[in-house]
Each structure stands twice: as C-alpha cells, then as structure tokens.
Design a protein around this ligand. Structure first.
Ligand SMILES: *Cc1c(COP(=O)(O)O)cnc(C)c1O
Length: 345
C-alpha cells in the first residue's frame, strides 16, 4: 500500500494534468529566450506577484542565491531571521557565492518586527559592513509554516525603503501564506523588491521556482542564473507543469491547511504528544514528543511500519507536512496509527 507521506510537500508528484501538458508543451531554447511556454509561465508569475518581470529557476535555493547576489557586493551584510532557510539550509551559499556576511536576528515564531530589524541595520562607521539587504521568509519553514501578515510586511517594507535597503522575500510557500490570510499573493509581494516562490512543493510541479521583481532586477538575475549554470534550454517541458501549478493548484491549499489543523488537534489530544495548535496556520505542523520514555527514532520506525512517514526536527520533535496527496481519510488513519503507538508506550 502507498505510504502516507508527511515528510515534506516536496515529495508531491506532478498531477496527470501536468504530465499531459508537459508531453505536449511547445518548447524552444530559453537561453535564446525562444521558449514560448517558459515565457508564458514567467509572464503569469509576474502578473500574479504584481512584479514587472519573473524568471524561472531550477530550485528555490538558486532563486534566493541569485537575489542575494544581485542586491549585494562582497563584504556587505544581509539581515536574516536566525532560523531562516537561506542561512540554515542553503549550504552556506550566500557566503561562498556572494561573499556577504549574515546578520542573524530573532523573531516571534518566524515573524520579524521592524524593531528587531532596526537594531541590526548598520550605521555609518568605517568599522562596519554595509547593510545591503533584508530577507524575509513567509511562510516560515522551520518555525512550522507560520505566516507574516500584510500589515507587518508593509511596516517592514516602509522602514526598509526609508533606509534605502532592498527587501527579498523567500516565499517558497507564499501561496500558503496568502491562502491563510485570504488575500491574493500580490497583497504580500507588493511589500518586497523581489520574491522567490516554489512551484515544486504544495503546488506539485516536478521542478522549479520563480523569482520576480523589477525588469532591471530580473535582467541581472538572468545573467547570474547563467553564471550559476541555471540557464536551461527546452525548459518549457517544466514550465508547462508550472503553469498548471499556478492556475489550478494555488486555489486548493486551504484543504491542506484544514488537514494540518485536524491532525494537530488529534495529536495534541494524545498523552505524550504536544502540538501548539494555534500556530498551525498552514500546511506544516510541529509535534513535540513530551513523553521522555518514547524514543523518537523508534516512534518513527513504528509509524513507518504502519505506513506513515514523518521527519524528525531535532531530538524530540516530529514535523508533518500536508499536501495534495494526503486525503482526509489519511489524516484519520494517521491519528489511529499514532493513538495505537502512544498507547503501547
Ligand atoms: C524549500 C525551501 C527553499 C528552497 O527550495 P528548493 O527548491 O528546495 O531549493 C527555500 N526557502 C524555503 C523557506 C523553503 O521551504
């Protein structure tokens, strides 16, 4: 039987509609900018984010790395939330590729404030690096899919503009944030200079992310993408799936969020497990194993034997991510499995 796979929304497979579109996609050499399907995807992404232009990139990591590179010079400093993806999960890329130093600042469960950012902005002093960029992450992955709301985005952007510092949004799951807030994505992205979002996670495309910003930003980003080896040829095959991701998959994320909430409530009600249910705002939930007697590896192994796959986040925490291939029935089955395991232990 097919496992119920909560390890990540990155495991989602392209839908049958996507595969069909991929098979029939019109393609060309995109390094010559002759791929009509890729161009159509880029136009659609620019329109949805309210930006002048957009660029297809092979991964979210590359999109973030390009944005940092375009906005900074070697020796600059970038303000980042301390547990953000760019700092934690991109293999030290911004230091290696762009020669910048990271200024890490704390947040309230992934949500930054103007006050903490303001404290980290460098003044004019011969000893200091120049603060060249502020990066936000919405939803915040490591904090458990938490959402930064529109007024907060606006306040941070207005402050940054006042200081003449660009804002890049790591919006890998920005459609989840917009869904949770009940606003179009452009409501959030209007308060950023650039945004990266993933087509390959909850939106089910097999490969790719989008980077969006001004025309000048994207022209420069295209060159950096080439430098990093991300100039792709007949990418329309991938873009065909991306277009469906944007047109058909962005409207259904509410279902994933509802599933996460039901799962959170159910797990939290079990002895030995604890979930901060109020902070399950989107499709990610963090479940602490509070029963000291329970070995996390063993718990994961028992769940796997019952057909439920989850990832560990640290020594006492499990992370569940809901997505298109997790049904309501799967949620109930999972709760039964965990009830059985926790009762035994
Ligand atoms: C997944 C993710 C990325 C990177 O995407 P990849 O396509 O895996 O490189 C960047 N930021 C956040 C917040 C993510 O969750």
């Amino acid at each position: 039987m097919k496992p119920i796979d909560f390890r990540s929304d990155t495991i989602t497979q392209p839908t049958p509609v996507m595969r069909e579109a991929m098979a029939h996609a019109q393609v060309g050499d995109d390094v010559y900018m002759e791929d009509p399907t890729l161009t159509a995807l880029e136009d659609l992404a620019a329109e949805m984010t309210g930006k002048e232009k957009a660029l297809f990139v092979p991964s979210g990591t590359m999109g973030n790395q390009i944005a940092v590179n375009v906005f900074t010079d070697h020796g600059n400093e970038v303000i980042l939330e301390e547990n953000c993806h760019i700092f934690t999960y991109e293999a030290g890329g911004i230091g290696a590729i762009s020669g910048v130093q990271s200024r890490l600042i704390p947040s309230n469960k992934g949500v930054l404030s103007v006050e903490t950012i303001e404290k980290a902005v460098r003044g004019v002093d011969i000893h200091y690096p120049e603060t060249a960029l502020i990066c936000l992450e919405n939803t915040h992955n490591k904090a458990g899919g938490t959402v930064t709301d529109v007024p907060t985005m606006k306040a941070i952007y207005e402050f940054a503009q006042h200081k003449n510092i660009p804002v890049h949004l790591d919006g890998a799951r920005i459609f989840n944030a917009a869904t949770a807030l009940g606003v179009p994505v452009s409501e959030l992205t209007q308060y950023t200079d650039s945004v990266m979002f993933c087509l390959s996670k909850g939106l089910c495309a097999p490969v790719g992310s989008m980077l969006a910003g001004t025309e000048d930003f994207i022209d420069r980003a295209r060159k950096v993408r080439k430098m990093l080896g991300g100039g792709i040829r007949q990418g329309g095959i991938l873009a065909a799936a991306g277009i469906i991701a944007l047109q058909e998959m962005t409207g259904r994320l509410e279902e994933d969020h509802r599933h996460a909430k039901v799962l959170a409530q159910g797990l939290n009600a079990m002895d030995g497990l604890s979930v901060d249910v109020d902070f399950v705002q989107t499709n990610i939930l963090m479940c602490d194993v509070t029963d000291e007697e329970v070995d996390l590896e063993d718990l994961m192994k028992q769940a796997r034997e019952e057909g439920v796959l989850v990832n560990a986040m640290g020594a006492r925490r499990l992370r569940f991510v809901t997505h298109y291939y997790i049904t309501e029935e799967d949620i109930h089955k999972t709760l039964e499995v965990f009830a059985k395991i926790m009762k035994k232990s």
